[in-house]
Write a protein of this length. Structure first.
Length: 86
């Protein structure tokens, strides 16, 4: 049985982030009209995608996970060897 396409709701925390001369797109989203958790995806300049496993309770939690990754590994972690899962 096919699953119908569902509309996504994007967090206002989504957007372009630049650090140390590297820019990535941060996408934080969930299915519109639901209380389901938020998905965190980071897309690099070559459309390589890094998606975190599992969902976050809030969009702020998702963005904080992204920030923690940047502090720990640097933004270049998203441009080397993409796609990956966290």
């Amino acid at each position: 049985m096919a699953v119908p396409d569902r509309e996504l709701e994007f967090s206002p925390l989504s957007g372009r982030v630049s650090r140390d001369g590297v820019a990535v797109q941060v996408h934080i989203y969930r299915f519109a009209g639901t209380d389901e958790g938020w998905t965190l995806e980071v897309v690099d300049h070559e459309d390589g995608s890094t998606v975190w496993e599992g969902a976050f309770d809030t969009d702020a939690d998702a963005y904080e996970a992204f920030e923690q990754c940047i502090r720990k590994d640097g933004i270049r972690t998203f441009t080397e060897g993409a796609p990956t899962w966290h």
